[in-house]
Design a protein around this ligand. Structure first.
Ligand code: FEO
Length: 401
């Protein structure tokens, strides 16, 4: 049985929820699932905006047939060719061979690459092109690298609807309602929206800023992303989050202590540091990078202003979980943070210097205090050095630096 919802009088939601997937993109845990959104505009022409993951062809097709209610599908708009949105495209074209496919030139090329076919009825669009489909028109806005190079968005000027592709999406399946204002979004989705943003499109802050500039010139009454809830209220609040995130600014002042410990001594230093900061009412969190998924670590690092990295030395290098985390931070353009370092080792500690080299390669990163060296275990000498580092970090928050 179909399961469709009405977004506006003429716009229907055909999306599906995936609560079985363990790793999105084979990389990111999605314990609360994810939605694949698709929309149908019913006008003189019936216009489909995107499809869903291949695993959901059947419920999607059932939704589409119900939404068409016996009418022909006239237009298929493809905003993004990543298979979570386009894998059903080939079956769709087989079912509706007369439908006009609207996409960028890059998308058309990708269709050939993915499916080894050249679609026949193609309408290639570029920035600012418009298309009338009856009483409504569609304006096309290019959004390259948000999150692939072929990405575009569509805007319905008379309804103020923006189809934003991957932008403004979130991890987390829909909880019944399709609308953000019918959930406690800040409580139930924001952490997952942040994790989605920084892991999926966070590398492309410049391109997101470009999209936000375009969005600023539009009257947006409804924001329809390809994942997560549809926005029809408080859209500015979510746009502001994206503005902040895409400028790589910390969302909150606070300290996150990340540690990679082999036998617990690095952890001991991290715990002492976190405890002494917390005693001074400084917001602090602590993560074992060997146990918390790196996608969560990444989102938390971008969320806060001050980062402390504590790592054991291993194979003459940085303990592998911290080494991987730092590489991920660098790949996602971590920048504009203050950081401090603690290293541990039993005969030749060198994780500190190596971590500093990694962090120095990132933009606008400022080191606080001296690297604390823990030789095998925290003892008086390293405890004193740790005390100085704690004072240096605390000074940032207590105004006595
Ligand atoms: Fe949801 Fe970039 O695909």
């Amino acid at each position: 049985m179909d399961c469709i919802s009405r977004v506006t009088e003429d716009l229907l939601f055909l999306g599906v929820n995936d609560r079985k997937l363990s790793l999105f993109e084979s990389a990111y845990p999605v314990p609360r699932g994810i939605s694949y959104n698709s929309y149908l505009l019913r006008d003189e022409k019936k216009v489909l905006f995107d499809t869903v993951d291949a695993a959901f062809w059947e419920p999607f097709y059932e939704n589409l047939e119900a939404a068409l209610a016996g009418d022909a599908l006239d237009v298929i708009v493809v905003h993004h060719m990543e298979p979570d949105h386009s894998a059903c495209l080939i079956r769709l074209l087989e079912r509706y061979p007369e439908a006009e496919l609207v996409a960028t030139q890059k998308t058309v090329q990708m269709i050939s690459n993915f499916f080894s076919v050249t679609p026949k009825n193609v309408h290639v669009v570029k920035e600012g092109d418009t298309m009338s489909v009856g009483k409504h028109s569609i304006r096309f806005l290019m959004a390259p690298m948000v999150h692939w190079p072929e990405v575009m968005m569509s805007y319905l000027p008379d309804l103020g609807v923006l189809f934003s592709a991957d932008a403004f999406g979130t991890f987390g399946a829909l909880g019944g309602s399709i609308f953000a204002d019918e959930s406690a979004f800040a409580r139930d989705y924001l952490d997952e929206a942040r994790r989605y943003y920084f892991n999926i499109v966070g590398k492309y802050g410049v391109q997101v800023q470009s999209v936000l500039k375009k969005a600023a010139g539009l009257k947006i009454s409804c924001l329809c992303p390809l994942h997560g809830p549809v926005w029809r209220k408080d859209i500015g609040w979510f746009l502001d989050k994206y503005d902040f995130w895409s400028r790589y600014l910390p969302e909150e002042r606070g300290v996150v202590v990340f540690y990679a410990s082999v036998y617990g001594h690095t952890q001991n230093a991290a715990e002492i540091l976190a405890r002494r900061l917390a005693e001074q009412a400084i917001p602090v969190k602590i993560y074992d990078v060997s146990h918390t998924h790196v996608s969560i670590l990444l989102a938390e690092a971008f969320r806060y202003s001050h980062l402390v990295f504590c790592a054991a030395t291993y194979n003459n290098g940085i303990f592998v979980s911290m080494e991987n985390f730092l590489a991920d931070l660098r790949a996602h353009f971590m920048q504009k943070r203050k950081y401090a370092l603690v290293e541990c080792g039993s005969w030749a500690p060198q994780a500190g210097g190596l971590m500093e080299k990694e962090l120095a390669a990132m933009k606008d990163m400022e080191k606080l205090g001296e690297t604390v060296t823990v030789l095998s275990s925290v003892r008086e000498e390293s405890r004193a050095a740790l005390g100085k580092l704690i004072d240096a970090i605390a000074g940032e928050f207590l105004g006595n630096e």
